[in-house]
Design a binder for this molecule. Sequence first.
Ligand code: ADP
Ligand code: ADP
Ligand code: ZN
Length: 218
Amino acid sequence: MNGVHIILMGPPGGGKGTQAKLLQDRYNIAQLSTGDMLRAAVKAKTAVGLEAQTIMESGRLVSDDIVIRIISDRMKGEDCEKGFILDGFPRTLVQAEMLEKLLAEQQRTLDKVIEVRVPDEMLVQRIAGRFSCAQCGAGYHDVFQQPRVKGVCDFCGSTRFIRRADDNEKTVRSRLQAYHAQTAPLLPYYASKGLLRIIDGALSIEDVTENIEKAMAV
Ligand code: ADP
Ligand code: ADP
Ligand code: ZN
């Protein structure tokens, strides 16, 4: 199977979700966010959701088993025919190894691993101001990305917005710690395969998108 397969890596609040949505439209491929899938499971109170909830609220990583199970199911979806962007997966070495197996089984090849690099001190502000549309999930920020009309979603017109339970300063610290300890070690692995492209995620949303598109071509 050909198509486009991209991994987006970066710290919590680094802009992965924002860029994944834009890439999804650009390449007409699916955005697979394990964070979104886990939040949906929590909301639906499934067995997986009940198990994941307290871990997510503490800012630690959910077990590899759970995450691998939900992502491998999603990869079989019809919307993944032309490929996908992995947003927030893999986050551990075990997940990366499992991903390699899944890709090989489905005859998919990884095109690029994009690291959106953002200094730690910017992330608390990014996360503290983050909110999203309760209806369509579009992402916003109090300072950096307000809806065009205050209080109204640009995409669906809804006036209801939500903030994530784990978007508080205390949890952000442990999420960051988990990123540096468990996820960042994957970067040299992908660099050694020649797949890693590093993008300056401290720039504006538009500039980050432009630089990702340039990096996709080289
Ligand atoms: P992640 O998926 O990596 O956790 P998000 O895409 O949700 O991050 O971005 C975190 C917050 O920062 C959101 O509120 C988003 O609107 C905002 N944001 C994303 N990219 C940028 C950027 N380049 N500059 C300023 N704010 C940004
Ligand atoms: P962010 O990019 O802002 O950290 P996500 O929405 O990607 O947020 O993830 C939210 C939470 O969901 C994480 O803190 C973690 O508990 C859990 N999670 C998401 N993806 C994974 C994964 N691949 N492995 C383990 N836990 C995950
Ligand atoms: Zn909306």
